[in-house]
Design a protein around this ligand. Structure first.
Ligand code: MNI
Length: 479
């Protein structure tokens, strides 16, 4: 599908996308198949599969001149205490990384590094996300520096529904000049790749940094759909992956699909992307799509007909995500999901997405930690009803190939099963929040409780004796 820089054509295309969505989503799927296998896993230095759980930090970084999120170190501590998170998707801004062409602001990266340390000191894995929405501030968005924004004088009207700014003529033109898809126009992809290489060089040896989310919610300007994802987007990813690998051999590189469409459960045409790490070394490319069913983009809750639509979207979103992840040979992390948690049914929706992520074996980063109605804390940093929904028992690290894990709240049972293997060492670790496990957990099944760390509320589970092909454990509250 090609989108022209006319708002009417573009609006028509948006309607066509919505119609295609309705055609693609099938009937609501059968129940959860509890298999977390079928794709690769991000592993830690002991070879354990990581189940990453956390929040995005933070939307506030988009608009602040310093490009930094609102948090102080005490806020990271509070989040760690309240949610037991071990993962953060940390927003950074291209305009701050490269304020002038080829000039990088290492002072900014030092500020980012300080915040990364706050998380790292509490056991978090950090994914740096070079964020954009609506390209950059020069076209009423965020992300790109003004020097890299070429709108050819075309207008960008303010829009009540912010996503519609994407299809304003000036925004579409700025994207076209970024992607190099306008004959005789600019092509800024090399700048972007070089900026990423600079960031990666700074963080390559930082143990808290798990990897890099190359671009938030990519948008193709006048080139849309498969032509965009298999064309300029894949080209940008290949160039950026090469630039990052030249300075950072080991960090994970996360790629996102075209957002409008994939966020709604439509197919992605993102092609396989080779990781040039070297022969005999496993690729470290991961897939980090977002999940925002269309009615929720429009501010809907999770009740009635909207709930039915959302449930169908979840089914197709899972199918499409797994299909793309298989094509990429990539682990899956849901880089964003979330909604105004005060909407009717919102808490059920969040619980449902967490359960879906468990059946997929996907990590999750809730959007976002910015105090307010979407967050687990309000403007006064007091917990909201969302907090207990996010603060849920889950595995953190699994000492083998994960088979399945589920949390059953009515029976207060966390079930985890895995296949031990030679290159996975140490214990399986599960997070047990005080709400359900005030005195820790008791393990039944094939494993044994090895140690309880009350501060981090993690229970270490050993695979038990013998060389079982598969270990299944149930963890229930200690009396
Ligand atoms: O919902 C979107 C979204 C909808 C539509 C479009 N286009 C029309 C191009 C693009 C994006 N995004 C969801 C969330 N992502 C940002 C941060 O990455 C959040 O602020 C949004 O809620």
């Amino acid at each position: 599908m090609r989108l022209r820089a006319s708002r009417w054509t573009a609006a028509g295309a948006a309607v066509a996308v919505a119609a295609a969505l309705l055609a693609v989503v099938g009937p609501a799927g059968a129940g959860a198949a509890h298999t977390a296998t079928g794709h690769r896993w991000i592993t830690d230095d002991q070879g354990r599969a990581l189940v990453l759980t956390g929040l995005n930090t933070a939307s506030s970084a988009k608009s602040r001149p310093d490009g930094l999120p609102w948090i102080k170190e005490a806020d990271v501590q509070r989040e760690s205490d309240a949610l037991g998170s071990d993962f953060v998707r940390f927003l950074i801004q291209w305009r701050n990384v490269e304020p002038a062409p080829g000039t990088y602001d290492d002072g900014y990266l030092a500020q980012v590094a300080e915040r990364v340390r706050w998380y790292g000191a509490r056991g978090y894995h950090v994914m740096l996300d070079l964020h954009q929405d609506v390209y950059g501030p020069a076209v009423r968005g965020n992300g790109a520096p003004a020097w890299a924004t070429e709108a050819d004088g075309l207008p960008v009207a303010e829009r009540g529904q912010w996503e519609l700014k994407y299809i304003e003529p000036g925004t579409v033109r700025a994207f076209d000049h970024f992607w190099g898809t306008r004959p005789g126009g600019r092509d800024l992809r090399a700048h972007y790749a070089a900026a990423w290489a600079h960031v990666a060089e700074r963080f390559a040896d930082d143990p808290a940094v798990l990897g890099y989310d190359l671009m938030n919610e990519p948008f193709g300007g006048s080139v849309q759909g498969p032509a965009f994802e298999a064309g300029p987007l894949a080209a940008l990813y290949r160039e950026t992956i090469a630039a990052v690998r030249a300075v950072d051999h080991d960090s994970w590189i996360f790629v996102e699909p075209e957002a409008v469409s994939a966020n709604w459960g439509l197919p992605s045409a993102l092609p396989y992307l080779k990781d040039p790490r070297g022969d005999g070394e496993e690729a470290r490319i991961a897939y980090a799509p977002h999940l925002y069913p269309l009615p929720m983009d429009l501010g809907g809750g999770y009740t009635g007909d909207t709930k039915k639509w959302v449930d169908r979207t979840l089914t197709s979103w899972r199918e499409q995500t797994e299909k793309t992840a298989r094509r990429l040979g990539a682990p899956v992390v849901i880089g964003e999901y979330g909604l105004d948690a005060t909407l009717p049914g919102a808490l059920d929706y969040v619980a449902k997405v967490r359960a879906l992520a468990d059946t997929m074996g996907a990590g999750t980063a809730y959007w976002s930690n910015d105090p307010g109605s979407w967050a687990p804390w309000d403007q006064h940093l007091k917990p909201t009803p969302l907090l207990p929904v996010l603060d849920r028992p889950a595995p953190r690290a699994i000492a083998g190939d994960p088979v399945a894990y589920t949390w059953d709240e009515p029976s207060r049972t966390l079930s985890v099963s895995w296949r031990p293997k030679a290159d996975a060492h140490g214990n399986t670790e599960v997070y047990l929040p005080a709400r359900f496990f005030p005195h820790g957990g008791v393990v039944t099944g094939g494993g044994e409780a090895a140690a309880w760390a009350p501060k981090s509320r993690t229970l270490m589970i050993s695979s038990g004796s013998g060389d079982a092909h598969e270990v299944s454990v149930e963890v229930r509250p200690r009396a």
